[in-house]
Design a protein around this ligand. Sequence first.
Ligand code: ADP
Length: 647
Amino acid sequence: MIGLGVGQGRTGLVKLAGIGFYRWAAIVALALCYLLVAWQTADRVWDLGIASLAKSGQRRLNLYVTHLRGQLGKYEYLPELISTDERLIARLRGSPDSDRIVALNRYLEEVNLVSDAADIYLMNRDGLTIAASNWASEPTFVGQNFSFRPYFREAMRGKPSRYFALGTTSLKRGYYFAYPVRDRDEILGAIVVKVDLSEIETNWSGLREEVVIADPDGVIFVTTRPEWRYRTLSPLRGQLRERILASRRYPPGSLKALPVRSSVDRGDGSRVIALELGTTEGRRSESRYYLLQKQAMPEAGWTVYLLAPLEQLQQQVLQAVTIVTAIALALLFLGLGLRQRYKRRMERARFEARTRDNLRRARDELEQRVEERTADLSASNKRLSEEIEERMRTEAELRNTQDELIQAAKLATLGQMAAGISHELNQPLAAIRSYADNGQALLERNRLQEARWNLEQISELTGRMARIGSQLKIFSRKRSGQIGDVSVKGVVEASCAIVTPRFKHIQAEIRVEVPAEQLSVRADEVLLQQVLVNLIGNALQAVDGEAAPLVWIHASIAEGQISLIVEDSGSGIADEHIDRIFDPFFTTKDASEGLGLGLTISNRIVQEMKGTLTAGNSDLGGARFEILLPAAGAAALGPSGLRQVSG
Ligand code: ADP
């Protein structure tokens, strides 16, 4: 029981959801292979793409930095150049000459125009702007105090300085180059050239990649994406942020960190970052991947960042994975197709083999069955032949026996007749003797007339005796074998003549009602006579002792058949005997009176003549036997004849 349970459990495990364990294992292995290949491909394409992007990005970054350097370099020496101008020193020394003031302003305006700078202005040692290129426009820097700007403080310390800030007056982003204005060793003020950086942005806009310039604190002040402006690449510390905001360098509320979702350092200074794009209402924010590369500009204190978008690379990776998937699917379908074909072929082969086997088995079975049947048939054929032979033998024996029986019956009849004949002949013989004796005596007395009469009587008696003899001849032949037209009346009378002498003592009436002689039957006369002798004899025996013994023989014709009936007024045949009276040796008589063969032989004889013999009981009270035989020639029933058995 335990063994069975374990076996079933394992089968259940192996046959998981109708699929075999090995098939599952193969599916899982294939899926793992596919995932591995797809992942490897994606990784490789990604790495190659990033490497190529990094290479080209570095090149372009160099170009941007070079361009920037070129742009800034234009203005680098301009403040120093202007600072040496006497008009500036004079103005800083406090010259009240308004013409000279206007001339200075005009000079600054002109230099500004020529150098393509945003603004050029002169600050005194208090930070108050006392001359500016935008002296004539509104708003003007003149009269404004920029002492809070670090570049001013640096310049007043005698150092050239650069600075990026949002203009408090112009509200324009500007890059400031400041230089101290010296009169000999005394620093009187500072000259400032402000460059508009928005132009750089304008030049760079429309690029596929993003370029970003951040100050030393990491605050983006130039960017190709306006929404990144004044934001930081990484969150600023609280204090630092406060300090920067206090410097009014950037607009209030700025300096938020860019939403960097992930950042992966690639080791070569570049990073792959995911930036969250702006979240729109009801929609999840999306990330955009960039390859971030940077290059420092120490002379300006800046860092230039290049952010190459990775969408194209992502698409390439997706394409590569799609191709791998397509190839994997194609291989899978090819494999499945081949497997299916192989399975079909195997199935067909199995089916053919099975069919062949079945056919062979069926043929073998058929052959075996045919052999068995043939053997059976041969056996039964042999048996049949033997049976036929046996039957034929038996039939021949039966025929012999029957012939012998008929012969025996004849002999018996002959024996019975012998008594009658001897009785019948004794009388005429005695009469002949007495007629002869009488004749002799009459001749001696010469009474010739009387002697002749006696001789005539003798002659008549011998004639009668001869007739009796002739009737006996019919029993001398074993069988006539000749069927012919036999007169019914004739044969009945002949039979009566044979049989009646024996039963003379009974004094029975023999009523013969047979139509005229032309009523004939197809029969063997001798045998039919034998049958009738038997039937009439039996009838006479049956009426023996009756008060009014009657034997009635009558014939009729219907539908080509002659019906010949012998009935008597005896006691009839008992019901229990009626089925057996045709059986050989069935008799109710004493051994001396009957052998029980008469009816058997009679029945057989009638059948041989293509007729029937039936027995029953008569209205006369006794038995009734009917012989039906084919008629030889039809004839209307004539007047009946009666015959009295005479003593
Ligand atoms: P057997 O006359 O030698 O007995 P049968 O074959 O002629 O043999 O008759 C068989 C039996 O049929 C008779 O023993 C008798 O019982 C019965 N049988 C025949 N004819 C008659 C008849 N006319 N009336 C009564 N019984 C008869």
